[in-house]
Design a protein around this ligand. Structure first.
Ligand code: ZN
Length: 330
């Protein structure tokens, strides 16, 4: 966290965007499945789509960061929980006058936002399909965030919403002017924010309060593990155990004199287990016991597995045999 106080201004970079959990899980799953597994083409397709979305978000972040940081405090990729539901906000902008929720989508073709039906249709290669409408998503998130504020008896601040289409080649059409005010491209993001900002003149929060809200939101930010095995209808037994050699790919590497050793190319590695344990955690719902760790790595020593797990900066739950380790998701 970088914090610098200027005269009467907010300058606080409080939450950057990390690699989305979906991408991390899909990449981990690819490393744990045999190369000829039936779901690999599906995973690759999904990964391509998610990476495109992530690149769109990063591109939008670039333009969001052009905004005057003395006025706009920006939180990227926020996972919150309200009313028994998790929701994920792509970008939240906080000011002393209003809050703004931005949903970012990377869509190709001609997009039409219909304000009467709330539908977004996409015309591409002579086919017309419906798509998740980021405007409706942003509006729903506004309702959930308002509820989150109410539960904590925090001051009610007006909330605005904005949908950003990060693909510059797509053509955007809206059914009316009001809808068009809430839709833009990544490049037009600063302009759109400034335009919406003009509607809110009254200072409702102090800069201190804005910072306090941002800190409170960051504190409860809780990304959820994804049930990726369930998503692809896979059984844990289908995953490969043991460590693959980082040099030649041979599996298993064996433990020899404090190193992981490859019998084929003679490469040694001190920490090849770290990636493999992380991959299994990502794919298996983010929990692992000492016994599971030994099975994955192909080692017998409880003490060695314990040493490896405790050196990995994982969360720990429970005691002795039943102790579970989880990744600190950010
Ligand atoms: Zn090797």
């Amino acid at each position: 966290m970088v914090e610098k106080k200027k005269k009467g201004v907010i300058f606080l970079l409080i939450k950057a965007r990390g690699i989305p959990i979906w991408i991390q899980c899909l990449e981990a799953l690819l490393r744990l499945l045999p190369q000829n597994h039936r779901v690999i083409p599906d995973i690759n397709r999904n990964l391509k789509y998610r990476r495109k979305g992530y690149n769109g978000e990063k591109s939008s972040d670039y333009y969001a960061n052009l905004l005057d940081k003395t006025e706009f405090l920006i939180l990227h990729d926020l996972s919150l929980f309200h009313n028994k539901l998790h929701f994920q906000i792509d970008t939240l902008i906080l000011t002393t006058r209003f809050l703004l929720i931005i949903e970012i989508k990377c869509l190709e073709g001609e997009l039409y936002f219909n304000h009467e039906t709330g539908q977004l249709t996409v015309s591409h290669h002579q086919t017309v399909t419906g798509a998740d409408n980021p405007l409706i998503q942003a509006l729903n998130h506004c309702t959930q965030l308002k509820g989150w504020f109410r539960d904590r008896k925090m001051i009610e601040v007006p909330m605005e919403h904005l949908a950003i289409i990060s693909n510059t080649q797509s053509v955007i059409r809206c059914s009316n002017y009001e809808t068009a005010r809430h839709v833009g491209t990544d490049k037009s993001l600063p302009l759109k924010v400034m335009e919406l900002s003009k509607r809110y003149k009254k200072e409702l929060l102090t800069e201190k309060e804005v910072k306090r809200i941002a800190k409170a939101l960051k504190k409860v930010h809780s990304p959820q593990p994804i049930n990726i095995l369930g998503f692809y209808k896979l059984k844990p037994e289908e995953l490969l155990n043991y460590i693959a050699c980082p040099n030649c790919g041979y599996r298993p590497m064996v433990r020899f004199r404090g190193y992981w050793h490859c019998k084929i190319c003679y490469v040694n590695s001190k920490d090849a287990h770290v990636g493999v344990i992380s991959d299994h955690l990502l794919v298996k719902g983010n929990r692992i016991t000492n016994l599971e760790c030994r099975l994955i790595l192909g080692i017998d020593s409880l003490k060695l597995a314990n040493k490896m797990l405790t050196s990995m900066d994982l969360n720990r739950e429970g005691k002795t045999k039943g102790r579970r380790y989880t990744l600190k998701l950010t």
